[in-house]
Design a protein. Sequence first.
Length: 228
Amino acid sequence: MVSPRYDLGIDTAADNASLALLDGDRVVAEHAWHVETTMSLELLEALDGMLARAGVTRQEIARIAVCAGPGQYGGLRTGIATAQGLALGLGVPLAGVGRLEADAWPHLVEGGPVVIAIHDAGPEALAWAGYTPGEAGGLPSVYAEPHIARPADVIRDAPQPSIWVGELTEALREVRDIASRGGDTDARAEARAAHLVRIARARDLFGDPGAVDAVYLRPPSITPPRPR
């Protein structure tokens, strides 16, 4: 009988999805892809393929971390429901981790600047949050809670200097150039899924799978049913 030892990260917040399998601090396997059909059709196939390539069975998964948003409604719901089903079926704990903190996480260096994480939220709108690196080995703190704002307002409210990560569109780059921000980067060496696991461990978020739910910064754009 195998003993669970691996932590699984699942990120389905956007069309560019990712999975990661960690053994301690080591990334054993990861898979990032662009969803061509629907998340519900591709996620389990991608997961089983990654596990097969790593020579790991589902029964060896000890904990799961899933992206809780913000992000695309369908993708988030699919990822969370899949993670909950896996966690309940395997009898393992689940953690829901924010997308923006996961993007900021690898760039938070002790003594470094605030990290601003963003993603596109529609015409003339950004979802963004700011994180301050921890001191003396402490955990990072929130500089600005996740919320939606106009690009110009993000530029105005973000501190200087700051590091910018996430979905940096050409339009935003132009605005940032006007504002003369320095030290910006959107590089990320590993898929977001690996950072979900690291945050869940650091913040001790693993727990009841049923308690995990999606985070939305505004109501989903779904038309309510008409009265009959």
